[in-house]
Structures are given as structure tokens and as C-alpha cells.
Design a protein. Sequence first.
Length: 530
Amino acid sequence: LRGYQGWVNGLAFSPDGKALALAGADAETLHLWEVASGRDLRPQCGHRGHVHAVAFAPDGGLLASAGGDRQGQDTAIRVWEPATGRELRLLEGHADTVHCLAFAPDGTRSGGSSVLLASGGEREDFVRLWDAGSGTCVRQLRPTRGKGEEAPSDRRVSAVAFSRDGTLLAAGLDEGLLVVWDVTSGAERRRLVGHEGRITSLAFSPDGARLASGSLDRSVRLWDLAGGKEVRTFGKHEDTIRTVAFSPDGRLLAAGAGDWEGVWLWEAATGKEVGRIAVGDARLYHLAFAPDGRTLAVGCAGRGLRLWEVATRKERRCLPGHAGGVHALAFSPDGRTLASGSKDSTVLLWDVHTAEGAAPGLTQARLEELWADLSAEDACRADRAIRALLAAPEQAVPFLTGRLRPLPVLSPERQAEIVRDLDHSRYRVRDRATSELARLGELAEPLLRRKLIEAPSLEVRQRVRMLLDRLDTATLSAANLQALRAFEVLERIGTAAVRPVFEAHAREAPAARLGLEARASLERLARREH
């Protein structure tokens, strides 16, 4: 009975003796044979080993997945139709486990109409480029070798990433080797040297100017591609870096570290730490930003798939379903679907925009409760409120647009007056001034720093430092958090009636957090319409 070469944990005959089942150590799957003929009775579609990589095509019409088992079997890349779950074709050729996949962002090869997919795997030091539409391998990208130099037989390609315009492809290999190719010509453009261990993950910045890399050497590095130089190293880690990702706007860089450190978030431009997400004791495998940048999906060992709110670094939702650790994650381009690949040999598709239940009639009192829940410190509670509002869009839109009125633009004189009120003789006036300055956020920062130089009273100094600390740690006020979550509801609904709200905020406070978020929502809505 052929087809399995690993440890055997259990054997059992069917009651009629015609079939034999085997439980092995390769994955959470069963092997099944017809005893008389030795024929493999398992379904021929779907993975039989661990799933290490998943990727959506740029239009969301295709999903690729790949992996392998401990015996180097099941190495084919599978291409699926996400809308139906139908397996369309196999891309065969890898000699061993496939570690990484990436679709070209524009979906096509230069001058052609094929859907271009890059893959890398075990015991190969080159990247394969596939036409995912036809299933053919169109090119192999190999690192340049010196005269007489042979490729190491044990080298692997463990990470691949396309630049947003699809012109560059980066790959991470063993020994910390990082290579960047020109996709059209196949010429090697850059070789970035600095890592001392295998590169586990790569991510291009949205503008394509920089590349982030994570490695077994416990470092996250940022590279300038024009000069081929390292820009900076992020954080000090005690365990290996398994995954890195840029937020869609390029402002944040996230990295998942080891078995206990969790997720780190930094400002990409400055290297300043923004926050951390503690995912518990489970080993962290992969993370992915939603296209709107508001949610971070994190896959861990022990059946762990969770959604975290980026603004607060708090858990929004746990998605139970996998019987094994989640090794791979990918959001669809429209952000509505999340694909997860697991050690349990399955790929699951999640509708992460599902409204909470059927569309009910919401009373005014219930709308007020949900509005209050949008400001809750408990991100799970706020997430339930978001989904409840999504279930009643005809009521949610007018209600939220009535609540989301941008703050009037304050003159410099009025801002200075508010700062002076921090030292007012009446407590109520001092407290109101503190709240107004909190709503102004970063717009009030220059005035607050000048106030500290004036050597104010102890109470004023404490209030100013509290406001500045909130800015330094990126902690949002309850009012701003409430507005940002309401923005999320309106953007997901996406009707013409929501645009005036975003336009007003972008116009009235263009440099403030809400103004920037409103402008980003307008840009995403415009892309969705086209």
C-alpha cells in the first residue's frame, strides 16, 4: 500500500474488511486504501499536508495555496476559485515543500495577459514564476553565481514579495541572502547583505522604495532599494522573526516574533515603537493587514486565528475552525474575505465583513447603545456594535452621519485661549479645556510643548504631560476612537450618502487623525467604484 512513508500512529480495517485506514504523523489527515487493489481511496482534490502559504490574485478571482508534508510529498501548488471553493488546477514541479507564494500586484506579465504567481520552496535556490491561469512555469529566477560556483543542494527559498507596481521581485534564502530581480528581464538588480540567518518574511513598502525583512537571526531590517543599503534595524528581539508586513498606507511596519513576544508595531519612517500585541504563549506564524489597515489578522499555533484592532492593539474577534496551527493568511483585495492555511491541511475562507445577524429594525434607544459601544475600551464589544450597525445600513447611515460632525476649525487665538484655560480658577473650565485639547490631538501638540517651557503650575504640567503622553503612545481619546469605528461602518456600507461625512472631516481638519482617516476612506471608496 503505497503513498505514505512516515511514522504510523494507528491502523484500522473497515467493518467489511475492504478498506484500511492509516493515521500518520505527517498531518491531521487519514490515509485510506482499497485492500484488494491497493488503490488510494482519498479524495484527489485538496491538500494532504501542512498548508504553508496562501495568496489572492489581484482581482480576488483566484486563490493559490501550497505546502507539503514531512516526507516531501504534496508539493503541488493548488489554484482555487474562491467564490465556489472549486479546485481549478495544480502547478507541479517543486521538488519539496513550498514555503511561500505571491501574486504579481497587477496580475499580469509585461506584454501578456497571464496571472503571474511566484513561488519558492525547499531544496531549491531559485524562484519559480507561473502563469496561474494556464498552470505553466514561465521562468526561473536564480541568484547570480560566480564562475564554477554550484548551488547548495540544501538551500531553500523561504520568502517572496512583489513590489506594488510588479516590476521587482524579492526573495529570501538561507544564510541571510536577499536577492531582488527585475521581473520583466529576469536580471538580478540587488543583493542585500546583513542578515546572519535564514530570511523568513519580506514586505515591500507601498511606494516600492523600501523592503522590510525578518530573519531567524532575530532582527527586522529595512532596506533602501535605490542605494542597496540598510536603513535601520527595528527593536531588540529575544526570539526569531517569523513574519513582517507593512500597513496598506505604509505608515506602520508590523512583525511577529517567536513563541512569546507577540506582534511589534513601529512607525516605518522613524523606527519609533507604536505598540505591541500580546498573543499569549502560542507560537506565532503569520500576520496580515486588512486592506483598510484597521484590522490585523494573526495566525498562531494551537488553533489560533484572531483579529486585532490596530488603533487600540486589542483583540476584536477569535475565529475558531482550524484543528491545527494557522501558518498562512491573506486578505482578498476588497477586504471582505480572509483566507487561512493550516497545519490541519485545510484552507478556510472567512467572511470578515459579515453583519451581526439578519438586518433587524433598530430602535432609537438601541442605536444610542451601539453608538456608546463604539467608544468602548473592549474591542470585542465595539466589533459587535460595528456588525450590528452593518446589519441595518438604512438606519445606520443617517444616524451616524448625524453624530459625526467635524470639529470647527479653531483659530490660533482660540487654541491659545484653551491652553490658558488649563490654569483657570474653576475646575470645570480646566477639565473642559483638557477635553478640547484631547479632541484636537496632534494639532495642539506645538502649543502644549510651548506651555511646558513656561514652567506652569503642577496641575497644568500634569495635564499637559498626560495629553502629550497620549500622543506619544498613539492612545486615542474615546471620542476619536468612536469616530474611527463609525468611519469603518460607513466605509463598509459605501453608499453615496456616506461621502459627505468623509469630505467634511477631510476639509475641516486635514492634518488631524480623523481628517487623514477620512481622506483615506475617500480614496478607498473611489478605487472601489472604479
